[in-house]
Design a protein around this ligand. Structure first.
Ligand code: LLP
Length: 416
């Protein structure tokens, strides 16, 4: 059962009506379902039962402390990409030994933070990063556990902005360079080679590229073994897609079973870094129609959420379903659902067939991933509140920002 369903026509998050949430917390407002978060994680963990595996949630998808807390309590580890995300997951009570650190541009400061915290592994993406990590670990008298993120040159067949496993992408170590780099890593005094990592892209709708990537990685693992470099774990990254509209992404089982079959008989711990699949369909963005502006060429419904809140439609041309919280009778027409931001790219949905009146509440669906976490304060718009629903209870898990907070760090020039 979806966590967002209708009762007497009104859209609910679990046991709480979205109309009641809008009334209590205002709009725009993010609403997450605890049940949906847990169910998504359980699906992975159910498939992995009996396997030595760790699901490291990719924090960048949604980094609210309450979301992290719900997932941590259920046994998730975390995949982080910055010192900021490290501090967040630690603040949410995460176990450092369940944290992997990805990303192409780790600063020395971020490495130091993670080494002091005692994380599980650094996913290293270049020769230069390997040297820096060795140096930082040496200064701190620590040994850094490392994986190389290998770029398998596999086409993820997804949006070019979120495809990462091709040669032309900035990510990872080129496949041909991996072997010499592992040899070098094995010689560096302050590093301990621990695993291998690969992440080929996001919103994948087909399991085949994952299998193809794993085949290549396994060849490399075997080659390393012949040289006496034995790995403890393999990190398969994230990337499993969700349904936004009519996509048919693989079931978690159909994604994982072929990969686990390929890994059978090997003594390798499996790490996964799913982001979107855990949180994407566990959240919606609630917004209210401010004005209707019907026109000859286009009719605009101007709502109180905007591209600063949800950037995905403007940035990638992404499609999010938009539905009324309380459906109304009346003529249906195609509406451009747009925000108040001063850009023509500020749209949340185009040509949506809806019956609308000013004041109506809309829910923008599948907004749990890469939505609030990518929001900004453009046009000096305070970021929206976040609410986590747990059964019959709605908890405010991030209050709405105030405008004063937006410029609190700024100063005027001294008097002439
Ligand atoms: N691991 C690494 C190293 C990653 O770079 C990512 C996502 C993930 C795991 C999680 O991937 P997921 O399971 O969520 O697909 N802003 C874009 C998505 C960017 C994905 C970046 N990396 C969007 O809104 O579609």
């Amino acid at each position: 059962m979806s966590a967002f369903a209708r009762s007497d026509g009104v859209l609910y998050a679990e046991g709480v009506s979205l109309a009641a949430i809008a009334e209590r917390f205002g709009t725009p407002c993010w609403v997450y379902s605890r049940h949906a978060l847990e169910a998504a994680l359980d699906e992975f963990q159910g498939e992995l039962a009996g396997t030595d595996a760790l699901v490291c949630y990719a924090v960048k998808a949604n980094s609210n402390l309450a979301v992290l807390d719900v997932l941590a309590r259920r046994g998730a580890g975390f995949d982080i990409v910055s010192g900021g995300e490290l501090k967040r997951v630690l603040a949410a009570g995460a176990d450092p030994r369940r944290i992997v650190f990805s990303g192409v541009g780790k600063s020395a400061g971020e490495m130091g933070l993670a080494l002091r915290a005692g994380i599980l592994c650094f996913n290293v993406e270049s020769a230069a990063e390997l040297d820096r990590l060795d140096a930082v670990a040496g200064e701190l008298g620590k040994v850094a556990p490392v994986s190389l993120r290998v770029n398998p040159d596999v086409d993820a067949r997804t949006h070019p902005y979120v495809s990462t496993g091709l040669k032309e992408n900035k990510f990872g170590v080129a496949y041909e360079d991996a072997l010499p780099l592992y040899r070098r890593a094995a010689r560096l005094a302050n590093l301990r080679v621990s695993g291998i990592d690969c992440h080929i892209g996001s919103q994948l709708l087909d399991a085949a590229p994952f299998v193809e990537a794993l085949e290549k990685i396994l060849l490399l693992i075997d080659r390393l073994a012949t040289e006496g470099i034995a790995l403890e774990h393999i990190d398969l990254g994230g990337g499993l897609g969700i349904r936004y509209r009519d996509e048919a992404p693989p079931a978690v089982r159909d994604y994982l079973q072929p990969l686990l079959a390929q890994l059978r008989g090997r003594k390798l711990r499996v790490i996964l870094e799913p982001g979107r699949r855990l949180v994407g369909n566990a959240g919606v963005l609630l917004t209210r129609v401010e004005y209707l502006k019907p026109g000859d060429a286009k009719s605009f419904a101007i709502v109180d959420a905007a591209m600063n809140d949800l950037a995905r439609p403007a940035l990638y041309g992404s499609w999010h379903e938009i539905v009324p919280v309380v459906p109304r009778q009346g003529p249906v027409r195609p509406w451009e659902i747009v925000g108040p931001v001063c850009e023509s790219g500020d749209f949340l949905g185009r040509g949506r067939e809806l019956a609308l009146a000013a004041g109506d509440l809309l829910a923008i669906m599948s907004a749990g991933a890469y939505s609030m976490s990518m929001s900004s304060n453009y046009n000096s718009r305070p970021r929206a509140a976040e609410v986590l629903v747990d059964g019959e209870h709605a908890h405010l898990v991030r209050r709405r920002e105030t405008v004063e907070e937006l410029y609190a760090l700024e100063e005027r020039l001294p008097c002439a």
